[in-house]
Ligand binder design. Structure first.
Ligand SMILES: NC(=O)c1ccc[n+]([C@@H]2O[C@H](COP(=O)([O-])OP(=O)(O)OC[C@H]3O[C@@H](n4cnc5c(N)ncnc54)[C@H](O)[C@@H]3O)[C@@H](O)[C@H]2O)c1
Length: 263
């Protein structure tokens, strides 16, 4: 393994890291020196990112697990420690959205969204904290959203789940502070991943009858900094929060949205 970097020798676990923000976060952490466990639902996407992390000279392990299943979460954390030796950084990135407007939200939408974005996230925090408490150090970073901070919501369950991600980070920050573990949230705005390509189709084309791409163009036009965010924009903040220069920051939310919440 190559040495060097502010996170040299650290081990990170990133959920939902087979693509999009999670992949960028895993690669950014590895670039900063961390070895990484790559979680997602499907082996194919994981394998690609494991190879990319390994190509950076870091230790990498792929862990297929569904974060809605606590037994799979426990096995994922155990495998990370068994293969990479410890666990210093958990990034709770796995997430989904069911983009039905208020009057059309189903019970299934609600349960599915909360099961991944809130319940799964919480039990990943709990499992990782067990290991970090023994190590008496660690950093947990929840990928929330501006939707969890009260902006115009595309999906009520999504907004609720992301508000939960923020509040459980604050709760855990207090409980875990005596062990030297920080817990923070990152709140992205509009980021250029498949997530928004799907929303363009589901909301723009199917719900609003727009041309493909038009819905996203309209949303980008409302961003003060004038561009869509990149997964790297999100990953940069995660690396900072995971690094020693941020070790006096806990229980906070950092918004990465090009100014959406300034409006
Ligand atoms: N893209 C955006 O504009 C945006 C904005 C705000 C927040 N976010 C958040 O960023 C995170 C990543 O989103 P993205 O844009 O990369 O989306 P994405 O759909 O490209 O990636 C999400 C990943 O999570 C995985 N995943 C879903 N359910 C899972 C489960 N039960 N167990 C394990 N993995 C699971 C998916 O397989 C996928 O690889 C999500 O939490 C999302 O809510 C995204």
């Amino acid at each position: 393994m190559t040495s060097g970097g502010v996170l040299s020798g650290k081990v990170a676990l990133v959920t939902g890291a087979g693509q999009g923000n999670g992949r960028a976060i895993a690669l950014a952490l590895a670039t900063a020196g961390a070895n990484a466990a790559i979680n997602d639902l499907r082996a194919e996407s994981i394998d690609r990112v494991v190879k990319e992390v390994a190509a950076l000279g870091r230790g990498a392990v792929g862990v297929v697990a569904d974060v809605t299943q606590t037994s799979q979460i426990d096995a994922m954390v155990a495998r990370t420690v068994a293969e990479l030796g410890r666990l210093d950084i958990l990034v709770n990135n796995a997430g989904l959205i069911c983009p039905h407007p208020f009057g059309e939200v189903t019970e299934e939408d609600w349960d599915q969204t909360m099961a991944v974005n809130a319940r799964g996230l919480f039990f990943c925090m709990q499992a990782a904290a067990q290991v970090m408490k023994e190590q008496r150090s660690g950093a947990i970073i929840n990928i929330a959203s501006v939707a969890g901070r009260g902006t115009h919501s595309l999906s009520p369950p999504y907004a609720a789940s992301k508000a939960t991600a923020i509040i459980v980070a604050q709760q855990a920050a207090r409980v875990l502070a005596p062990y030297g573990i920080t817990v923070n949230s990152v709140c992205p705005g509009l980021i250029d991943t498949d997530f928004n390509k799907r929303l363009d189709d589901q909301i723009g084309v199917r719900q609003q009858g727009l041309e493909p791409g038009e819905y996203i163009r309209q949303r980008i036009a409302t961003i003060p900094l004038g561009r869509i965010g990149t997964p790297q924009d999100v990953a940069n903040v995660v690396v900072f929060l995971a690094s020693p220069p941020a070790n006096y920051i806990t229980g906070q939310q950092i918004t990465v949205d090009g100014g959406i919440l300034c409006l």
